[in-house]
Design a protein around this ligand. Structure first.
Ligand code: NAI
Length: 354
């Protein structure tokens, strides 16, 4: 008898599911359905975090959301809309800070079946973004009318922590090269400190090639020669912007997964936002959140289910018949999801690509 199965039958994993708003509930429901279809027993604790909830809470992240993740320690989260140029602080930023989810991890790979300008180039880039400080500290101040300062906070503790996390990952996963991305030619103190911490950490990992690149040049090099990049290590703001750029190289935001890791908790979420332009139309691409869920299954130790889910997604792309409009297809969210679920029983080759 398989004891793992016995265990799952009686004690399912508890995971906090935050559908969010905009396309969030559409992609979250699709993803939960796909995860459930892998056979891994998950007791989803669904908590609402959206515009309505935030209006009632005055923009503060409700305590029940934090309590739920404190209890389950694992979250799967859809996007939440943040008002622009006013209104409450981003709850995404609040959540990452309150739970000390200091490491934002975003792996990006070329996908067979998506026609991009880079179809002859193999892209495999892993991004680490510091998640708790920088300009996201939320320290803004109108000094006098029409003069505003926004404080960029960079600390040694947070910079060393993210650098160590990225180098440890690179060592564990056999990655060869890390680029620290910065603007220390202008922000000599803040980005200078970030770079010093990266350099210091790099010395403990002689097998990993360490390089530095100014963020504007990095943006150009990523567009011109994405195949020359391996792992990017970035402070918060550059990480945010560069993530979308790199997502664009492989087919857009509908694809790229992510995770936020802390010492005690992990919250898995796509790079994309709430996509108000397509919300409610049933055409949102759930791939990014599904791939985030595959990362979650790996984190839970369910590596076989994670591989099966990932393989099913990639199979559906390779077939190309059930893709959503953002990647050139005409399928709905539900049709794509059904296709992935239909492929979950396909045997996964032992070697990728065989
Ligand atoms: P966005 O990522 O929501 O959308 C940008 C473009 O990508 C849109 O054209 C959208 O239709 C498309 N897109 C994004 N995800 C897609 C998907 N799964 N399938 C198909 N197309 C997709 O970025 P935007 O418009 O800048 O932000 C909208 C809202 O989302 C803002 O309030 C922002 O603050 C919030 N946001 C929330 C995040 C989170 O909760 N983690 C992350 C990023 C933005």
């Amino acid at each position: 008898m398989n004891l793992r199965w016995a265990y799952h039958e009686y004690v399912p994993y508890q995971v906090t599911l935050i559908p969010g708003d905009g396309i969030g509930p559409e992609v979250a429901d699709a993803t939960a359905r796909a995860v459930d279809s892998t056979g891994v027993a998950i007791d989803w604790e669904r908590v609402e975090l959206n515009g309505e909830v935030l209006r009632a809470s005055g923009g503060e992240i409700p305590q029940y959301v934090l309590d739920s993740i404190e209890r389950t320690r694992v979250g799967l989260k859809g996007p939440v809309t943040t008002p622009i140029a006013g209104g409450h602080q981003s709850v995404n930023v609040q959540l990452r800070k309150r739970l000390e989810l200091f490491a934002n991890f975003r792996p990006v790979r070329s996908f067979a079946g998506i026609k991009t300008r880079y179809r002859d180039v193999h892209i495999d880039i892993v991004m680490f973004r510091e998640n708790t400080e920088d300009l996201y500290a939320g320290l803004e101040h109108e000094v006098v009318k029409d003069v505003v300062t926004s404080l960029k906070v960079i600390t040694r503790v947070a910079s060393l922590r993210i650098a160590r996390y990225a180098f440890e990952y690179a060592r564990r996963e056999g990655r060869r090269k890390i680029h620290a991305i910065h603007k220390a030619n202008i922000m000599k103190l803040g980005d200078g400190l970030f770079l010093r911490c990266c350099r210091e950490t790099a010395r403990d990992y002689p097998e990993i090639e360490y390089k530095e690149m100014i963020v504007d040049n990095a943006a150009m090099q990523l567009v011109m020669r994405p195949e020359t990049f391996d792992t990017l290590l970035m402070p918060n703001l550059y990480g945010d912007i560069v993530s979308d750029l790199v997502a664009g190289l492989v087919g857009g935001l509908g694809i790229v997964p992510g995770a936020n890791f802390g010492e005690r908790h992990a919250v898995f979420e796509a790079v994309h936002g709430s996509a108000p332009d397509i919300a409610g139309k049933g055409i949102a691409n759930p791939t990014a959140l599904m791939q985030s869920a595959a990362l979650m299954l790996t984190y839970l130790g369910e590596t076989e289910a994670a591989r099966r889910l990932q393989f099913a997604i990639e199979w559906v792309y390779a077939e190309g018949r059930h893709l959503t409009p953002d990647v050139g297809g005409s399928a709905s969210t539900a049709e794509f999801t059904d296709a992935v679920i239909g492929r979950l029983t396909t045997t996964v080759p032992s070697q990728p690509g065989t």
